[in-house]
Ligand binder design. Structure first.
Ligand SMILES: Cc1ncc(COP(=O)(O)O)c(C=O)c1O
Length: 372
């Protein structure tokens, strides 16, 4: 009989949000708005869509394993040497490669309780020991991370801004941290929301650093609106990139993704529209959360973390919103048991979301009142 390793037995499969079509069928709803996965409400970069159409006729060919043209485009855009860049099937895929390439059995990886769930999955899959430290004011506690380093530590994961809290650490804090961390410990700096955070003056913008133990990950899933296509890239020292090529599956990103990625990076107009809409929608959300009295955490991304009184209130909030056609994310599995993450939508979607959330929040608060 086939033996399944214990760490695989213990893995909890990823549970994605309910598909829109399933919810519509179940609840007989005519309108559903999904603000649960930090996707781009504007759609995808039109330039990327055009590039996909043009690339369709080449699908009988394998994609370029080195993503030569996409790497050149990234190198030019971010002023990085091409041999310091690798592209993959989204950040998720690259994170898994980084963990498998730079850690061994018995190693410890440190991050915080309350960050991107994908890194927990990538680490658990390898059977490495995951050390999760509490958040401080909903952000990474860099001093605590540094203090938690032992001789078994081989990697530290940071997300800046952080998902699901939306908090950010500054260049000064990051540089102080990097000077303390011994250089045999690999630091992953996940910058999935960089396009939204760049407007903050003290945002570190990781690609400008050249620490020998730093690898940055970025994605085109968010501001470029290509989540369904799967394109991400990592920037790091040439030795790190060489090692990652050894573990990467050869043909990712796929051919369409490579062409779309080049076009999307060039689509400054779509990026600006995305950033402008995000700012407008977030302002609507922030003002309304304050008016309604829903506690929120200051964001630097395209979503806001709101806080319910308890974990069961948060579960009920997500469920009651879904019953009314609004999908938001209860982020208990990320490590914030009472957190609800809501991302920016179109103006119309955001207005709908506010209406639903106000009604549901009042329902939850009234229920709490009755109990007391
Ligand atoms: C911090 C962070 N990293 C990575 C990802 C995943 O990016 P990708 O779609 O490129 O796999 C996400 C997606 O939500 C994220 O929030």
């Amino acid at each position: 009989m086939i033996k399944i390793p214990r760490f695989v037995e213990q893995l909890i499969p990823y549970k994605a949000g309910k598909p829109i079509s399933e919810l519509a069928r179940e609840k007989n709803l005519t309108r559903i708005v999904k603000l649960a996965s930090a996707e781009n409400p504007l759609g995808s970069s039109p330039k990327a869509l055009k590039a996909i159409e043009e690339a369709l006729s080449g699908l009988n060919r394998y994609s370029d394993p080195a993503s030569y043209d996409l790497v050149q485009a990234i190198a030019e855009k971010y002023s990085v040497q091409p041999n310091h860049i690798i592209c993959g099937h989204g950040t998720d895929s690259l994170l898994a490669y980084i963990v498998s390439a730079f850690t061994e059995e018995g190693d410890e990886i440190i991050t915080c309780e309350g960050t991107f769930i994908g890194i927990y999955v990538s680490i658990s899959k390898t059977g490495r020991k995951l050390i999760k430290l509490p958040l401080k004011d909903y952000g990474f506690d860099l001093d605590a991370l540094w203090n938690a380093i032992t001789e078994k530590t081989s990697m530290i994961y940071l997300a800046n801004p952080n998902n699901p809290t939306g908090t950010m650490f500054s260049s000064e804090q990051f540089e102080a941290f990097m000077t303390q961390v011994p250089d045999h410990i690999m630091v992953i700096l996940d910058e999935a929301y960089t396009d939204y955070a760049s407007e903050f003056e003290d945002y570190p913008n990781g690609v400008r650093y050249d620490y020998e133990n730093l690898v940055i990950t970025r994605t085109l899933s968010k501001a470029q609106g290509l989540a369904g296509l799967r394109i991400g890239f990592a920037v790091g020292p040439d030795k790190v990139i060489e090692a990652l090529y050894k573990v990467k599956l050869p043909f990712e990103p796929n051919l369409l993704a490579q062409q779309a990625g080049i076009a999307a990076l060039d689509d400054v107009e779509f990026l600006q529209q995305t950033i402008d809409l995000n700012r407008q929608s977030l302002n609507m959300l922030k003002e309304n959360f304050d008016r309604i009295g829903i506690p929120q955490v200051k964001t630097h991304t395209n979503f806001i973390l709101t806080l319910m009184p308890t974990q069961s209130d948060a579960a009920l909030f997500a469920e009651e919103c879904a019953n009314r056609g609004l999908i938001v994310r209860h982020v208990d599995k990320f490590g914030v048991p009472n957190g609800i993450r809501v991302n920016s939508g179109t103006v119309d979607e955001t207005e709908f979301a506010v209406k639903v959330m106000e009604e549901v929040y009042q329902l939850i608060m009234n229920k709490g009142e009755k109990k007391r």
